[in-house]
Design a protein around this ligand. Structure first.
Ligand SMILES: *[C@@H]1O[C@H](CO)[C@@H](O)[C@H](O)[C@H]1NC(C)=O
Length: 266
């Protein structure tokens, strides 16, 4: 009887264990700078992973996990992905699915078409040792529904963990949106592969308000064992004047806010 209970518990959880590949320091670099900006100033002991919205890993990223992404399903990206992604090993053990397929201006895929390409291009990588992470929808209202429909046609797919994006200004909205991904999708681990303070109504916010936001959500994410990584958006060169949410200076250094996150100094 005791044994039976154990076996049942193990099999109930086994399907969604994302594995050691997602463990380690939680801060991630969402890195659109290729090799143009040296990674050195961004690699603190708190940084565990990088993704580049592509299967490519920049120079100097060997000391952290590099998550390789199939951004979209156009033939150029599929060929690049096939040619670049080798069997898992070293610092390459995680694959990220499509980027914002629910957005016309992003990878723009219906759940059904995304399933077809998951089956043919991404799923074979599970057998090569990869941990597979879901597509990442935007936090537009239909994001959850897109993902539920994806799982209806991809019920046999290996999806070890969920990815999610979020932009806004409310800490409580952030926490409830991210929590939904864990609860609705069978307690899978979650990677927040893009998040940022952004006011879609164009209102100005003080630097104190922006810092308070990142402190609150960072503290909260560090406390949730099912949140494995979070990638603030973005470490891209930006003038700081008038932009209290800038994480990188115009000449490629972390801002004070960027450093706070890179050091988990909440
Ligand atoms: C990519 O690789 C998959 C198998 O992993 C294969 O089915 C597919 O045809 C390949 N596509 C291209 C464009 O190379």
């Amino acid at each position: 009887m005791q044994l039976l209970v154990c076996v049942t518990l193990v099999s109930a959880f086994a399907v969604y264990v994302s594995g050691a590949a997602l463990d380690g320091p939680k801060v991630g670099l969402a890195w659109a700078n290729g090799n143009n900006i040296p990674l050195t100033n961004f690699l603190t002991p708190h940084v565990g992973a990088i993704h580049t919205w592509s299967p490519h890993c920049p120079d100097g990223s060997n000391s952290i996990q590099c998550y390789q992404m199939l951004w979209g399903a156009d033939s150029g990206r599929i060929t690049d992905f096939n040619n670049t992604v080798k069997p898992a090993g070293g610092n390459k053990n995680v694959i990220l699915g499509f980027n914002e397929p629910n957005e016309a201006g992003q990878s723009n895929l219906s759940p059904q078409v995304a399933c077809i390409f998951w089956h043919s291009i991404i799923e074979p990588r599970a057998k090569e040792g990869y941990t597979l992470v879901s597509p990442a929808t935007s936090n537009a209202p239909g994001g959850i529904q897109w993902m539920q429909q994806f799982f209806q046609c991809c019920s046999d797919c290996t999806v070890n963990a969920m990815a999610v994006h979020w932009f806004g200004t409310s800490v409580s909205s952030f926490e409830s949106w991210v929590s939904q991904w864990h609860v609705v999708f069978n307690n899978r681990d979650v990677l927040v592969t893009e998040y940022g303070f952004q006011d879609f109504n164009g209102q100005q916010h003080s630097a104190d308000e922006v810092v308070a936001f990142y402190k609150s959500v960072g503290t909260w994410m560090d406390q949730q064992p099912w949140i494995k990584k979070y990638f603030p958006f973005g470490f891209i060169p930006s003038p700081q004047s008038g932009n209290p949410a800038a994480l990188m200076t115009a000449d490629g250094q972390p801002t004070a806010l960027g450093l706070m996150i890179l050091n988990e100094a909440y």
